[in-house]
Design a binder for this molecule. Structure first.
Ligand SMILES: C[S@@+](CC[C@H](N)C(=O)[O-])C[C@H]1O[C@@H](n2cnc3c(N)ncnc32)[C@H](O)[C@@H]1O
Length: 242
């Protein structure tokens, strides 16, 4: 039943210890109790993933690396046939979510998809290069997000694509044309999410726009389950390696 599942997730979000000696231990402690219900709840919470993945995969390439891939739900959002990719790597540090990803791969009989337990800031595929790197709601959970994007830059071939969807807040004085968030938004949401070690930043989107050639930049707001009247900002970015 939907309500029971939601309550289980909310209990984990509120009570599960995002504590531990290492980043991987903290992730696993946080997600272990909600892994089975993760996809159902996040389908309503993590908006923009479908748009980002559809646009980023509009032109299939050889190698796709999804960093912080979790349960691998993104693979169900691709435009076109997944089998056109030679190899897809789902990289994550959380075994509880990766188990769901493995089941998904078996269910769909995807033979070109591999689940890899590794840090997004360090992973290099055996091919040494990628045509597409994606981060969906993972950049805000990677403590050294700058290192994660530097790794994406190292992996991407010239002209390769990067796709990111995530929560964020704007700078107080954003670049012309960009969304400008209120004082409340800029302070409330980073505080709210930091309890779960999710760190909303005003710098992710400006950095992406600066480092890559933008193809899609979309700044929107999402309603949150069980928080009527509140909307949290998220963005979708798709760009190319110059
Ligand atoms: C909010 S979840 C998003 C998962 C998935 N991309 C999605 O859209 O449902 C964030 C993910 O980032 C992973 N993650 C956080 N830090 C990581 C790191 N340093 N290396 C690899 N994965 C990481 C977490 O384990 C988690 O699966």
């Amino acid at each position: 039943m939907q309500l029971a599942r939601d309550l289980r997730v909310l209990r984990s979000l509120i009570l599960a210890p995002a504590t531990g000696a290492t980043h991987a231990a903290r992730l696993n402690g946080f997600y272990r109790g909600q892994a089975e219900d993760y996809d159902d709840f996040r389908q309503r919470l993590l908006q923009g993933r479908r748009q980002m993945i559809r646009q980023a995969t509009a032109e299939p390439g050889r190698i796709w690396v999804d960093l912080g891939a979790g349960t691998g739900a993104n693979l169900e959002y691709t435009s076109g046939d997944l089998h056109q990719w030679q190899r897809i790597y789902l990289v994550d540090l959380c075994p509880a979510l990766q188990e769901i990803a493995c089941r998904r791969i078996v269910r769909h009989a995807w033979r070109n998809v591999e689940v890899v337990q590794a840090d997004a800031t360090e992973f290099v595929p055996p091919e040494g290069v990628a045509d597409l790197v994606t981060f969906s709601y993972s950049l805000t959970m990677i403590p050294d997000w700058y290192a994660a994007l530097a790794q994406a830059v190292r992996l991407l071939r010239p002209g390769g694509r990067i796709g990111v969807a995530d929560f964020y807040v704007s700078r107080k004085f954003p670049a012309p044309g960009g969304a400008r968030h209120s004082l409340f938004t800029r302070h409330f949401w980073p505080l709210w999410f930091s309890r779960d070690n999710v760190f909303l930043s005003a710098d992710h989107l400006p950095y992406l726009r600066d480092r890559f050639t933008s193809e899609t930049v979309s700044e929107q707001r999402a309603r949150l389950p069980f928080l009527p009247g509140f909307t949290v900002p998220y963005y979708v970015f798709v760009g190319r390696m110059p």
